[in-house]
Each structure stands twice: as structure tokens, then as C-alpha cells.
Design a protein around this ligand. Structure first.
Ligand SMILES: Cc1cc2nc3c(=O)[nH]c(=O)nc-3n(C[C@H](O)[C@H](O)[C@H](O)COP(=O)(O)OP(=O)(O)OC[C@H]3O[C@@H](n4cnc5c(N)ncnc54)[C@H](O)[C@@H]3O)c2cc1C
Ligand SMILES: *[C@@H]1O[C@H](CO)[C@@H](O)[C@H](O)[C@H]1NC(C)=O
Ligand SMILES: *[C@@H]1O[C@H](CO)[C@@H](O)[C@H](O)[C@H]1NC(C)=O
Length: 483
């Protein structure tokens, strides 16, 4: 029986889930002999973090159902031209600050190779569409104007919050200073400041919830790029190995993790939960914790929370034709079309001698390149590189274009906080509905969109469930509107 508790938006969500998958009849029950206390849907960082928190609290009769054939979700390495590259999360973002980013000690414990990203010298590394670098004076003036603009928008954000005023977009804040980035170099820098972080343009991004950004304010300004054959995902495997049985080769053999189990329906009542998977299995439990990403669960339709798209295109060349050495890691391409192959990274330190470049596109450009053959994307990249470095450059021998938006289990890359969603509405995303609990980066209180957000959200959501399961404290208090 479906419980439609109260007026909570979450309740609507669960109804929608059921409606979406419109299941009419149940096949014969394939339910486990002894139902676990908690079923966790999804084995990405947040699901694994939640499961470990439950296990540490003594709730060890859990069952993790994961749609794909692996754990880690949006943390995923792949082989590209003989190298191990990350198609999902790549950086530990927010390091060397007042507080320690919880992911940083994990990465170091596993001795993953990391590289401090050096964005300092972009003034000297910004290319014109017509070719060649901008001269020092032009470039310096544009970067300084951008710094002043950011200072202004951040101050505006803080003052709006202090006055309990309504949120505005970052673009609206820029308009208040009559300084909307509009030349190619201004747009390239603006893209670097915002889209490169949030994967959506300032027009849609919330000012109040992104400036200042908790990740950098609390954990520090530095970003470390993970480039290690073990993969960034080994952090998730390490957490999993702390509570699931693993064999000598490091493979998880624990029966409490089931891979290739696509959850298509969740039903709940006062007495328990039934979870149905695509293969017709039914699993019973006392509680369920849903960690699948926003795009997939249509939360975005309900909460207007955006699932953005961020695409990391890797290209390999027979030899280097770009500058290398200190102060050259990142370079910008200032095209008249905002967001057209704007941010480049040469990976000489990370993959010495491999002659690999990484270019990032987002949003509409991501959706466009996902739908065209890689050969076309490669041709576009070659044209851009010829603009920057001249016609006499070698053809790329290999290209990798990840497709997160087209992937039905993700439908995008990470959540972005759009203008118009208040803290009150946001808080409802993680509010449990009866016996259904929610986690995932999009439910993180301060760090949505990040690996550390997913990790911390897993702990927080698990603790809400533990309070109910062990202490009968099942009421979840949503912060009142306007606080
Ligand atoms: C391209 C890209 C770049 C990024 N860059 C960074 C970065 O540099 N630094 C950073 O900190 N963060 C970055 N992120 C964000 C970070 O990867 C995520 O915030 C984090 O990994 C999300 O973890 P999660 O557990 O919330 O979700 P997920 O990792 O998406 O886990 C959810 C799991 O649920 C599974 N699932 C989905 N549907 C079902 C279903 N129906 N039934 C069962 N299982 C299901 C999925 O397969 C997945 O394993 C990036 C993400 C992407 C995609
Ligand atoms: C490059 O930077 C590193 C670290 O800042 C420094 O140790 C090294 O000497 C620099 N190399 C050159 C060639 O300047
Ligand atoms: C900045 O980059 C330019 C061009 O790529 C390079 O020549 C210069 O040495 C770099 N400066 C610093 C301080 O690293």
C-alpha cells in the first residue's frame, strides 16, 4: 500500500516514482528469506558512505542494489590511449583551508597520485579566436575587471542574505554593476569563473547559494587533480572494503552488495518497504535509502534543481605543440560563441610524454557533442587548436568523449543550485517520506555537486535513518521557511 504522507514534496516524489514506472502486477515474489533492515539504492560515494555509517552503528543487515556492474557511480576511470583517465570526478576540490576536506586524507592514505592545479598564469595563456595570445595589457585588464566583478557579486550576495532578500542569479548581480561579460575574452574568463565550476551559465545559477561557495570557503582554494592508475574511484572501494567482505584480489564478494540490479519501483507502508528491480525481483526491508542522482529520479522536475552536464574531452597527439613547463597547465580559448571549447589543460605533469590535452565543455555544448560522432568533435577541436597554434599541428590520434547526459542511470553530471530554489525547498529533498530516505550529492547540506558532498550526505542521511531505526526518533524537522 502506498502511503502519501502529508503535503511533503517528497511524498509527491515517491508517488511520481511509482507513476513513472507504472507497475501493475507483481511477478512471483523472489524476496530474500530474511529481509534486511535497510536497502540502499545505488553504490556511488553517497550510497557506500551511508551503508558504512549504518554498519558502524550496528545496522549490518543491509542490502545495496546497484544498477551498473560496478560501484563508484560518477567516480569512474577508463582507459584512454593506454592511460587511466577519469571520465567523472577528477579533482579533490577545496584543499589547504581552515577545515580538512574529508576526501583529502582518503586520497593520501591510498597514495593516489595528485597534482595541484595551477590556474595562476591564465593571464599569459589566453588565446584569441583569430589566433595567437592576447597581449599582456589587454589580458591583464580583462582578468582584473573580472576579479572586481566577482568581488562585487560576492558582496552583493552577502548583503542580500543579511537583509533576508530574495535570491537573484549571478548574471543579475553582474547587471547591477553594469558589467555583463560580453567580449570573447570577458566571456572566456566568465565561463572559467562559473560554468567551469557549476557547468551552467551565470544566468541560471543562484547567487546566494554559490557566492561565497562553502567548498572553497571552508576547505581552501586549492584543487588537486587525481591521475592514478588505481582511479579516483578507489576511494569508494576503500570505504566499501571497511564493511563489506573483499577477496584477496580486492573484489567485493559480500552478498550484501548486488550489482546489475536496476530499481524500478519502491513501495512503502507503515510496516515496511518493497523494492522492485527490472529483472522482476522483489526485495523487502524495513527502510530504504535512495541515492540515485537527481536526473534519474526526476527530482529536478519537482524541485527545479538542475542536473548539469560537464564534459571532459581527452585528446591524444603524436607530439606536443603547446607550451609546457611551469605556468602553462591551463589555457583559455576566447571564441565569440560563449562556451565553445573554452578551457584547455595540458597534462604533461600528470601523464608525462603522453601528449594529452583535456578540453572541457558544458551544458548545451555538452548535449551537442554527446549527440554527434566523435570524429566531428575531433574536427572541431582541431580547428580550435589550429586557431590557437597555427595550421602546422599534427592531427589528434585519439579522442574520448564521455556521455553522462545520454546515460540513463545519470542523465547529467552533477546538481547545480538554480536561482529560485530556497533553503526551505532544498531541505525537503532529503526529508524522508515514511520509510523512504534520501541521500546523494544533491542532498548535501553545503556541498552539493561534489565528491565530499556525496560522502558527507551519506553520513547525514544514514544518521537520520539511524535515529529512527534505533531511537524511534522518526520525525524529521525541516527548517522553517525564511531561516
Ligand atoms: C564529469 C563529472 C565531473 C565531476 N567532477 C568533479 C570533481 O572534479 N570533483 C568533485 O568533487 N566532484 C566532481 N563531480 C561530482 C561527483 O562525481 C559527484 O558529486 C559524486 O560522485 C556523486 O555521488 P553520489 O553517490 O551522490 O551519486 P552517484 O555517483 O551517481 O551514485 C548513484 C549510484 O546509483 C546508481 N543508480 C542509478 N539509478 C539506479 C537504479 N534505478 N537502481 C539502482 N541503482 C541506480 C548509479 O549507477 C550510481 O552508481 C563530477 C561529476 C561528473 C559526472
Ligand atoms: C617549477 O615549479 C616548481 C614548484 O613551484 C619549482 O620547484 C621548479 O623549480 C620550477 N621549475 C622551473 C623550470 O622553473
Ligand atoms: C606564464 O605562461 C607563459 C606562457 O605560457 C610562460 O612563458 C611564463 O613563463 C609563465 N609564467 C609563470 C610565472 O609561470
Amino acid at each position: 500500500m502506498m502511503i502519501m504522507g502529508g503535503t511533503n514534496i517528497g511524498a509527491t516524489l515517491v508517488m511520481v516514482l511509482v507513476a513513472l514506472f507504472s507497475l501493475l502486477s507483481f511477478e512471483p515474489m523472489v524476496v530474500e528469506a530474511r529481509p534486511p533492515t535497510v536497502i540502499i539504492v545505488g553504490a556511488g560515494m553517497s550510497g557506500i558512505s551511508a551503508a558504512k555509517t549504518l554498519s558502524d552503528a550496528g545496522i549490518k543487515d543491509i542490502l545495496i542494489l546497484e544498477a551498473t556492474d560496478r560501484i563508484g557511480g560518477r567516480m569512474h576511470k577508463t582507459q584512454f590511449a593506454g592511460l587511466s583517465v577519469e571520465i567523472g570526478a577528477n579533482w579533490v576540490e577545496g584543499v589547504n583551508g581552515a577545515e580538512v576536506n574529508p576526501i583529502w586524507p582518503m586520497v593520501n592514505k591510498l597514495k593516489l597520485k595528485t597534482f595541484l592545479s595551477d590556474y595562476d598564469n591564465l593571464t599569459s595563456n589566453t588565446y584569441k579566436q583569430a589566433g595567437g595570445l592576447y597581449d599582456g595589457a589587454t589580458s591583464k585588464a580583462a582578468f582584473e575587471a573580472s576579479d572586481e566583478l566577482t568581488e562585487f557579486t560576492t558582496k552583493t550576495s552577502i548583503s542580500l542574505t543579511a537583509q533576508k532578500k530574495e535570491d537573484i542569479s549571478i548574471l543579475a548581480a553582474q547587471r547591477l554593476k553594469h558589467q555583463v561579460p560580453s567580449t570573447p575574452i570577458e566571456m572566456a574568463i566568465d565561463y572559467y569563473n562559473y560554468d567551469y565550476e557549476f557547468a551552467e551559465p551565470p544566468r541560471v545559477t543562484s547567487l546566494q547559494n554559490t557566492e561565497p561557495l562553502a567548498t572553497f570557503a571552508n576547505f581552501g582554494e586549492d584543487l588537486y587533480f587525481v591521475a592514478d592508475p588505481k582511479g579516483y574511484e578507489s576511494v569508494v572501494y576503500d570505504i566499501a572494503g571497511q564493511f563489506l567482505t573483499v577477496d584477496k584480489t580486492g573484489k567485493i564478494t559480500d552478498p550484501r552488495l548486488k550489482l546489475n540490479k536496476v530499481v524500478i519501483e519502491i513501495q512503502h507502508s507503515a510496516s515496511g518497504v518493497i523494492v522492485k528491480t527490472e529483472d522482476g525481483s522483489l526485495y523487502r526491508s524495513a527502510y530504504v535509502m535512495v541515492s540515485a542522482s537527481v536526473g534519474q529520479w526526476k527530482i529536478l522536475a519537482l524541485y527545479q534543481f538542475d542536473m548539469s552536464v560537464y564534459t571532459k574531452i581527452f585528446l591524444k597527439f603524436p607530439y606536443k605543440f603547446w607550451p609546457s613547463g611551469n605556468g602553462t597547465e591551463f589555457f583559455l580559448y576566447a571564441h565569440e560563441k560563449r562556451g565553445y571549447y573554452p578551457i584547455w589543460q595540458q597534462l604533461e605533469r600528470e601523464y608525462p610524454g603522453a601528449n594529452v590535452l583535456l578540453v572541457t565543455v558544458t551544458d548545451d555544448e555538452s548535449r551537442r557533442v554527446e549527440q554527434q560522432p566523435d570524429s566531428e568533435t575531433k574536427a572541431e577541436c582541431m580547428k580550435v587548436l589550429q586557431d590557437m597554434f597555427g595550421k602546422n599541428i599534427p592531427e589528434a590520434t585519439d579522442i574520448l568523449v564521455p556521455r553522462w547526459w545520454s546515460n540513463k542511470f545519470f542523465k547529467g553530471t552533477f546538481s547545480n543550485w538554480p536561482i529560485g530554489v530556497t533553503r526551505y525547498e532544498y531541505d525537503q529533498i532529503r526529508a524522508p517520506v515514511g520509510r523512504v530516505y534520501f541521500t546523494g550529492e544533491h542532498t548535501s547540506e553545503h556541498y552539493n555537486g561534489y565528491v565530499h558532498g556525496a560522502y558527507l550526505a551519506g553520513i547525514d542521511s544514514a544518521n537520520i535513518l539511524i535515529n529512527c531505526a534505533k531511537r524511534r526518533m522518526c520525525k524529521y524537522h525541516i527548517m522553517p521557511k525564511g531561516t
